[in-house]
Design a protein around this ligand. Structure first.
Ligand code: CDP
Length: 672
């Protein structure tokens, strides 16, 4: 791989569906818990990266049967009910914080074991003292082979006594998590008590949550946690039988990059399986963006659609405490370069001791693209240029250093997706992009796919009966996706208007055909909607939606001559959309799926019960013979209203407009 990558800005709005890899924190916790269960557990949707490989490797060295299936992204583990199979092992935890803390605590459960631990050199300096002291009090013995209370060391184990287990986890909440997970298998029922500073709650809550999923229980009690003993009684409990399969949540921190995209590039991003995430604190990043007014969200089944906000109103400056979602602060910080307000992010002092000094690194890189950047021990403040100023300032591309920190690389890559100059020219270059492989090897590929989707013209057909909401949904979807919109109903209405104005009755076929023969129709683009013109003029929209037209249009539309007249015109709209540079076309009507574009990329059939439809029309203050029109439309010989076989039916009776739009957008995004 090259050691530099130019980020190609999005040519149009984002229209992507993204499934982020499994959460690292959950994958490593689940491996430990599965090893502790008295049964076989298959973990699905796991993250396979260096840190999780280290964890799997350590478990194998301890004697567990661990089967990693890279293709299916699953790990099958034979649990040993708190037992550690091998009484001797030499283990290397690399630079994986979770493996370092969790595996040491796990091995300590063994009665009469001896384990030699080593790690990467970087790990020699990372804090372990709190955990090791707690284990010492519980019966383990240590011989340090380097500095006291650090890797490397030799540990002799005699099981855990249980009772009150005191731990100073101030330096890393992973030490508390490690003890909570093994405590159910101590000799006696345990209470794990914090003796030092309080720790970051989101990760402890994550541990408590996943323990519960696995049938273990630990309840907070002030600064301590009561951990239920996993004895025979617990074993008999029904919790024991599940989960034989356990689905790891997609990584919420990784999702932050794609949640940010619509705010910078416009459009929509569908975060797959994200709506079901309940264990990761970082899911709150999306609601934070929503709170600022940068995006709007809508849930569709298990997915969350994140839309660019429509006409947002922003504060002059913004100050946010990111302590609980600190891994995502880089995502917002990088984006701040293009947000129209000053951003201050606080509560992030501890990130100075992560992959790199993240505050200092972000400040240094942001200075390359912002008017002013300042930092304090625990905060960063970013004053952006206006977009025009920035576009003028930057010649060519700005090179962003990444400090071997995957999050810096991913955050700035998302910033680079914004089309700063409006001509698609790259303006951000990421140095050493391979550093993203720590948690997401395919990140740049996924980002690239989100973009290239606009290259082929896509056609979406939206059919349905009268007053089911086709127009409002089609228009809104076209706006979000920047697709061209065509309302074929308005074509039939326009012709009906012309016939009525000319005093021609629909039963006089000859006169109708003659009238049509003399018509010159064309197209005019009004916003995203392509409207039909007759003899060079647009018929006023209000004129074609009157009671007079409502009562006559279905008869006119049933005439074979009328349908033949409009068919080729409607089909030509695909070329028109392409000519105008649209990436897609959304055409609504009655026969789009059955006659006009049966091979459309997506076919949708909207439906609603009669009451709802009547109520919708009444609300618009229009008298409309919906039922009669539907009857004629369904029973006519040429192109009757039917649901195409490939179409997806959406019953909108009990859905808000936002929900129908989200469902439709989701079908379009997923159809790629
Ligand atoms: O009022 P509503 O939005 O339900 O109807 P519309 O889409 O404006 O269509 C008006 C009338 O045009 C329908 O009742 C149909 O008779 C006819 N139409 C059709 O036959 N085929 C289409 N593709 C679209 C509309």
């Amino acid at each position: 791989m090259t050691s530099e990558i130019s980020v190609r800005p999005f040519g149009g709005p984002c229209r992507a569906g993204v499934l982020t890899p499994g959460s690292k924190s959950l994958t490593n916790r689940a491996m430990v818990l599965a090893a502790l269960k008295p049964r076989i557990t298959t973990l699905t949707g796991v993250l396979l990266s260096r840190d999780t490989e280290i964890m799997a490797d350590c478990l194998v060295k301890l004697g567990y049967s661990v089967n990693v299936n890279a293709e299916e992204k699953s790990i099958k583990i034979v649990g040993r009910y708190g037992g550690i199979p091998n009484d001797y092992a030499e283990l290397n935890v690399g630079n994986a914080g979770t493996a370092a803390r969790f595996i040491v605590a796990l091995a300590a459960l063994r009665m009469g074991g001896e384990y030699v631990f080593d790690s990467d050199e970087a790990m020699y300096r990372r804090p372990m003292a709190g955990l090791l002291s707690a284990l010492k009090e519980q019966g383990a013995e240590f011989e340090f082979l380097g500095a006291e209370n650090h890797f490397p060391f030799r540990m002799k184990t005699w099981g855990l006594k249980g009772g009150e287990i005191k731990v100073d986890a101030g330096e890393s909440s992973q030490m508390l998590s490690a003890l909570l997970m093994v405590a159910p298998f101590a000799d006696e029922k345990s209470k794990v008590a914090l003796s030092g500073e309080t720790v970051s709650r989101p990760f402890v809550d994550m541990t408590l949550g996943i323990m519960k999923d696995f049938g273990f229980s630990a309840e907070p009690d002030g600064n301590a946690y009561d951990v239920a003993h996993y004895d025979a009684a617990a074993r008999r409990g029904d919790a024991l039988e599940k989960p034989a399969q356990y689905a790891i949540e997609p990584d919420a921190t990784a999702a932050s990059y794609f949640a940010m995209l619509p705010a910078l590039a416009g459009g929509v991003c569908e975060l797959e399986n994200f709506a079901g995430c309940k264990l990761q604190g970082d899911v709150a990043f999306v609601s934070t963006l929503e709170g600022i007014g940068l995006v709007k969200t809508e849930r569709v089944e298990n997915n969350l659609l994140v839309f660019a906000a429509d006409n947002p109103v922003f504060p002059e400056k913004l100050e946010l405490d990111f302590n609980d979602i600190s891994d995502t602060f880089l995502t917002l910080a990088a984006a701040s370069a293009l947000l129209p307000f000053k951003t201050t992010i606080t509560g992030i002092a501890h990130t100075r001791r992560q992959e790199t000094d993240r505050i200092a690194a972000m400040a240094a890189e942001l200075k390359k693209v912002c008017a002013e950047v300042s930092e304090t021990e625990d905060s960063i403040s970013i004053t952006p240029y206006t977009r025009d100023e920035l576009a003028k300032k930057i010649r060519g591309e700005v090179s962003i250093s990444t400090y071997e920190d995957h999050r810096i690389a991913m955050s700035f890559a998302v910033l680079g997706c914004a089309d700063l100059r409006g001509d698609g020219s790259p303006w951000i270059k990421i140095e050493n992009p391979h550093c993203t492989s720590k948690t997401w090897k395919e990140f740049f590929e996924v980002l690239g796919c989100a973009k290239s989707s606009s290259e082929r013209m896509r056609i979406v057909g939206v059919d349905g009966g009268a007053a089911v909401g086709k127009s409002s949904v089609s228009k809104e979807c076209s706006r979000i996706l920047d697709y061209m919109h065509v309302d074929t109903g308005s074509h039939y209405r326009t012709l009906t208007y012309g016939l009525l104005e000319g005093g021609i009755s629909d039963v006089d076929t000859e006169a109708v055909e003659k009238h049509l023969g003399g018509l010159k129709i064309g197209t005019e683009l009004v916003g995203n909607t392509a409207r039909m013109t007759v003899c060079g003029a647009l018929v006023d929209d209000a004129e074609i939606r009157t009671e007079r037209i409502n009562s006559k249009v279905a008869q006119v539309a049933a005439m074979p001559a009328v349908r033949a007249f409009l068919k080729s015109y409607q089909r030509s709209m695909a070329d028109f959309a392409k000519e105008k540079g649209f990436a897609g076309l959304i055409m609504e009507g009655r026969d789009i799926g059955s006659v006009i574009f049966p091979n459309a990329d997506v076919l949708i059939f909207l439906d609603a019960d009669e009451e709802t439809r009547a109520a919708r029309r009444a609300k618009e203050g229009i008298s409309d013979s919906i039922k009669k029109r539907d009857e004629i439309d369904k029973n006519r010989k040429t192109a009757p209203l039917v649901m195409a076989e490939r179409a997806v039916r959406i019953d909108t009776s009990h859905m808000t407009k936002g929900e129908v739009v989200a469902k439709t957008v989701s079908l379009i995004v997923e159809s790629k």
